[in-house]
Design a protein around this ligand. Structure first.
Ligand SMILES: Cc1ncc(COP(=O)(O)O)c(C=O)c1O
Length: 388
């Protein structure tokens, strides 16, 4: 038995949806993208959704739209995939990192507050990540950054289908962008829904939405109402800004739209696998990810990843690999990569993130994982720790 840490699940209905698109008039961005965007926005409760060819491109666009004060830095969580902060560097922006909470591994809002108090004028925005699928309390985040005039990009590449409920009863769905300016999603095959490569940005701001549409397609506008000059005829269009080709092809969108229909069942399966890991590994010398939300709040964790911490991380990784069980480490703190070190970032910047990284391991978790596969993983982990 060979078990990866994550993988896609493609069903006959997905194949049929793609084949239908292949036989249609559009392969590049067309009606399937529009339909996918509409379904997606509805699912997460946002006004607008913009599909892109991957989440990295989406992060780039989101930052480009919000980057109104290029001299000011952007605060990013270090426990994430490099794109979350690279998007700032793409535009020659300045990044700084805020340490993570020791239980949730999401950005620590207390550490953020300390940074802001030390340099209240130094920052223009914050990029948080719903790490492993556990939502950040964006309401508390918004309250904190509001007086400093910061914008919020929520990188929810791990957290489609997640939400949290406060003790007041208010429910915040990840992607609704209720408290974030933009929310980002990835449809890389290890995620909850797969499109090959693909991503989505949600927002409730109409002007930002139109800017995203323009930048996604070379900075070109085709809508007469948005022209800067008089229309010269049916062919007329204007390139108003330096944009990109970050469009999602219809083939990918058809796959994503079909996969989106199974989102709830995929999340339920992931949550049930996670419950079983917690139940059957709880007597071992390992730590699980916990919530950092205020008491009385409840979260619905989307479980892109099931992360544990162990003092014997490398041994466990190698041992499981010898049994064909492939775990992963998410993540090396971004600023510890050679490229970021070349920018001047040094070890010791975020002690909690570094402590977490030294011990972190992501166990196999994907919605198509069978009970038998999970039993095998659990059995091998237990026997590694000398328990059966
Ligand atoms: C937190 C996070 N942000 C951004 C990305 C980038 O996504 P994509 O591969 O769609 O560009 C990923 C991908 O793994 C991710 O995990």
């Amino acid at each position: 038995m060979k078990i990866p840490y994550g993988k896609q699940d493609i069903q006959d209905e997905d194949i049929a949806a793609v084949v239908e698109t292949l036989k249609s008039q559009f392969l590049t961005q067309g009606p399937a993208v529009c339909d996918f965007e509409k379904d997606f926005a509805k699912k997460v409760g946002a006004r607008f959704a913009v599909a892109v060819n991957n989440a990295t491109a989406g992060l780039h666009l989101a930052f480009k739209v919000l980057n109104k004060d290029p001299e000011k830095k952007v605060l990013v969580t270090p426990i994430t995939f490099a794109s979350s902060s690279n998007c700032v560097l793409f535009e020659n922006g300045k990044v700084d990192f805020v340490d993570v909470h020791p239980q949730s591994f999401n950005m620590d809002l207390k550490a953020l507050e300390e940074k802001l108090k030390k340099d209240p004028q130094g920052y223009q925005g914050v990029i948080v990540v719903d790490f492993a699928g556990q939502p950040v309390d964006t309401k508390a985040l918004r309250k904190l950054v509001e007086s400093y005039g910061l914008w919020i990009i929520e990188d929810a590449c791990h957290a489609i289908g997640g939400n949290f409920q406060m003790s007041s009863g208010e429910e915040v769905i990840v992607g609704s962008s209720t408290y974030s300016d933009f929310t980002l999603f990835s449809f890389h095959p290890v995620k909850h829904i797969a499109t090959g490569e693909g991503g989505m940005i949600t927002t409730n701001d109409e002007e930002h939405y139109h800017q995203l549409l323009k930048l996604r397609s070379h900075g070109i506008v085709k809508e007469e109402a948005r022209f800067e000059r008089p229309c010269e005829g049916g062919w007329y269009h204007e390139m108003q800004e330096l944009g990109f080709n970050y469009r999602m092809p219809d083939i990918n969108a058809a796959l994503g739209r079909s996969q989106l229909k199974r989102l709830e069942q995929n999340i339920e399966r992931r949550q049930s696998l996670a419950r079983r890991y917690r139940e059957e590994l709880r007597d071992l010398p390992i730590k699980f990810q916990e919530s950092d939300l205020a008491e009385g709040s409840q979260i619905s964790h989307a479980y892109h990843l099931f992360v544990i911490q162990t003092e014997r991380r490398k041994e466990l990784y190698d041992n499981l690999k010898s049994h064909q069980i492939f775990t992963q480490v998410h993540y090396i703190p971004v600023y510890r990569h050679p490229y970021y070190e070349s920018l001047g970032f040094e070890k010791g910047l975020c002690p909690q993130a570094e402590h977490y990284y030294e011990r972190a391991l992501s166990l196999p978790l994907f919605h198509a994982m069978t009970d038998e596969e999970q039993s095998y993983v659990i059995e091998k982990i237990r026997s590694f720790f000398g328990l059966s």
